[in-house]
Design a protein around this ligand. Structure first.
Ligand SMILES: Nc1ncnc2c1ncn2[C@@H]1O[C@H](COP(=O)(O)OP(=O)(O)OP(=O)(O)O)[C@@H](O)[C@H]1O
Ligand SMILES: [Mg+2]
Length: 373
């Protein structure tokens, strides 16, 4: 529906470059991949259509496979590689102001991690320009690292065979963190991330959630101005997740740390961030508020009606389910405004109670992903 043109809601107007934490300008990133070339019979297998000759060669192949021998064609195809170019990011532009908390979402393979790697200088863009805290991640990587914190879901900076605190102390020395700053940050992360008990545990003995908290704590020891988090809540239990979210909100609010975070959990993102960037197939497709996103898919709202037994007839509302006199409906407020809905509810017979709430953002996103696919 809006694949071609990016929907930019409340497009931020920036006074000067100094206000910006991130500036991504028409960035594209392509990867070159070498992959095994499919032979004719594999292509036919995939398409489901087989000629008589292919049928024959395929049955010959099966017979050879039974004996553990590769057929002539299969053997050749091991050495037959073809080069493919994949565009992971396609002309992406966005800006993040200092002090903002921005969510970055999209389906698997959309280009989120690639963006994070470009912002932190781990990859270079194929075309376009990136500025992070006024620096080029490509050219000023070392200077930038002093002001930037990066956390990738599947990587750890902790020394595997040492207690957590030893990695923290190593970072203090190598990064030349002043004593007072280190002490203050260590006290803060120990209390807020509840890592007192795991500080002396060997990193290899930590559970996933404990390791994520220890990694986040270590990342914050040098007081970064901007942090990039790639799926920080992945695999965390309910309590650890809450703790992580509260902590991130707090450092954004109280310390003014700019945060860009990816996650597949839309409810988490909505709770944390003020703005959401959405990417699909390497293209930025939305930049705005969570409410604005809801409006794109229709302003879906759910409500439950408690009656004295019977099912109420409500025109324009979709019945989702009901039992024991409690019925759940869905309505699109962009087609059926709230005023009209309330009027209909007040006129219906036997209604004892009504509860109205917005459709969960997860549902809105699921609908969008289905459309994009
Ligand atoms: N180093 C690489 N070499 C080749 N292709 C890559 C490389 N890194 C990423 N890609 C491809 O780029 C595309 C975007 O990948 P990316 O990791 O950015 O997705 P993502 O949005 O983070 O997905 P997920 O939600 O699964 O983490 C994918 O098609 C992926 O296969
Ligand atoms: Mg990823």
């Amino acid at each position: 529906m809006f694949q071609a043109d990016i929907v930019r809601e409340d497009a931020p107007s920036f006074q000067g470059e100094g206000q910006l934490a991130i500036k991504v300008d028409s960035v594209s990133k392509s990867f070159t991949r070498w992959q095994r070339k499919e032979d004719a019979s594999e292509k036919a297998d995939r398409s489901g259509k087989k000629s008589a000759v292919e049928e024959e060669s395929s049955s010959e192949k099966k017979a050879l496979r039974k004996k553990g021998i590769l057929g002539k064609v299969e053997f050749k195809s091991i050495f037959r590689q073809e080069k493919k170019t994949l565009t992971a990011l396609d002309n992406v532009s966005f800006q993040v102001r200092r002090g903002e908390f921005v969510a970055y979402a999209g389906p698997n393979g959309a280009g989120k991690s690639t963006t994070m790697k470009l912002l932190s200088g781990m990859l270079q863009p194929t075309t376009g320009a990136i500025s992070v805290l006024g620096m080029s991640p490509e050219k000023d990587r070392i200077a930038l690292m002093k002001k930037l914190g990066v956390l990738f879901e599947n990587r750890t900076e902790l020394w595997w065979d040492h207690p957590v605190i030893q990695s923290f102390e190593w970072k203090k020395v190598v990064w030349d963190i002043p004593d007072a700053v280190y002490r203050r940050n260590l006290d803060m992360v120990t209390e807020l991330l509840d890592i007192g008990e795991i500080r002396n545990t060997f990193a290899r003995e930590l559970s996933l959630g404990q390791r994520m908290r220890a990694d986040l704590a270590m990342m914050l020891l040098h007081s970064p101005e901007l942090i990039l988090l790639d799926e920080p809540t992945l695999g965390l239990d309910v309590v650890a997740k809450r703790q992580m979210i509260e902590f991130l909100k707090r450092i954004n609010r109280e310390e003014g740390v700019t945060i860009l975070v990816t996650s597949h959990d839309m409810d988490d993102l909505e709770e944390m961030a003020q703005r959401i960037l959405m990417i699909s197939g390497g293209k930025l497709v939305y930049d705005g508020s969570f409410d604005g996103l809801r409006e794109i898919t229709g302003n879906l709202t759910h409500f439950t009606v408690t009656t004295d037994g019977g099912q109420p007839e409500l025109e324009g509302c979709k019945l989702l389910g009901g039992k024991n006199g409690v019925f759940e409906f869905e309505v699109d407020l962009s087609c059926c405004p709230m005023k009209g809905l309330l009027k209909r509810l007040s006129q219906a017979d036997g209604i004892m109670d009504v509860e109205i709430w917005k459709a969960p953002i997860e549902q809105v996103i699921a609908q969008l992903y289905r459309e994009w696919r």
